[in-house]
Design a protein around this ligand. Structure first.
Ligand code: DC
Length: 229
């Protein structure tokens, strides 16, 4: 069994915010794996590479590390620098969805992600954590929310959508990414058979965090896993 709390789900389902808050409440590390796919897309763009045909030689030149920040959360460093807001642009989001379809990228990042998990409990958030990266994760949560709710949440976030984007445009962009993420041949977005499904439509952030922390605590107790840090 892996000391991983897997939180998977589609774009704008609230995963990142909820996973970060849950990890803070449990006082354990939080790893956002979407930032790895975004970092690969950003690095490939910067290097003038064709995002549709990356090769292992290029991927092996990247340096990806998670560094504990002042606030205690882990932030991704790409080639020695914090990419920060550069990861959150619409161009990088679309690029991440494209590179995420390639087996060579997924295989490379599989090793990177497994390397981050040690003997300590960690919250890892993404699309395939409970199905592919840690199929033996101690807790698996799959978060969903209605497409309308997700479009509203995405619109409320800074940076990702162009200024003045409408709800309908955002909903279309989310639907396109859902389609690409769930129809790709490798590691498609889908809940693990043993994942707990949580629909957060209509939940406030606090309610979602409370519900999910409660579910995780119960699962950890059932499996006899202690939170040590
Ligand atoms: O969660 P996010 O929007 O930052 O993810 C960016 C892209 O990376 C998204 O299109 C799906 C992909 N991704 C993935 O395929 N597997 C993961 N574990 C995390 C993200």
């Amino acid at each position: 069994m892996s000391y991983c709390i897997a939180i998977d789900g589609p774009a704008a389902s609230g995963k990142s915010t909820i996973a970060r808050r849950v990890a803070e409440k449990l006082n354990i590390a939080y790893i956002n794996t979407g930032s790895l796919y975004r970092a690969v897309a950003l690095a490939a763009n910067r290097a003038g590479r064709d995002l549709a045909s990356l090769d292992r030689g290029f991927l092996d030149t990247l340096k990806l590390e998670y560094v504990k920040s002042g606030s205690g959360s882990y932030e991704l460093k790409l080639n020695g620098e914090f990419p920060g807001a550069a990861l959150r642009t619409a161009e990088v989001a679309a690029g991440a969805s494209c590179v995420a379809t390639q087996p060579v990228v997924r295989d490379y990042l599989l090793g990177v992600q497994r390397g981050f998990a040690g003997g300590q409990l960690v919250v890892m958030e993404g699309r395939d954590i409970g199905t592919v990266i840690f199929p033996d994760a101690v807790v698996k949560i799959f978060l969903t929310a209605s497409p309308e709710e997700r479009a509203r949440r995405r619109l409320a976030q800074d940076g990702e959508m162009p200024d003045g984007a409408t709800l309908a445009e955002v909903a279309r962009e989310i639907a396109a990414r859902d389609k690409q993420d769930s129809e790709r041949a490798v590691a498609p977005l889908k809940p693990a058979p043993d994942a707990i499904l949580v629909d957060t439509t209509g939940f406030s952030l606090d309610q979602a965090v409370e519900t999910i922390t409660g579910l995780i605590a119960r699962k950890l107790q059932e499996s006899g896993t202690c939170i040590t840090k």
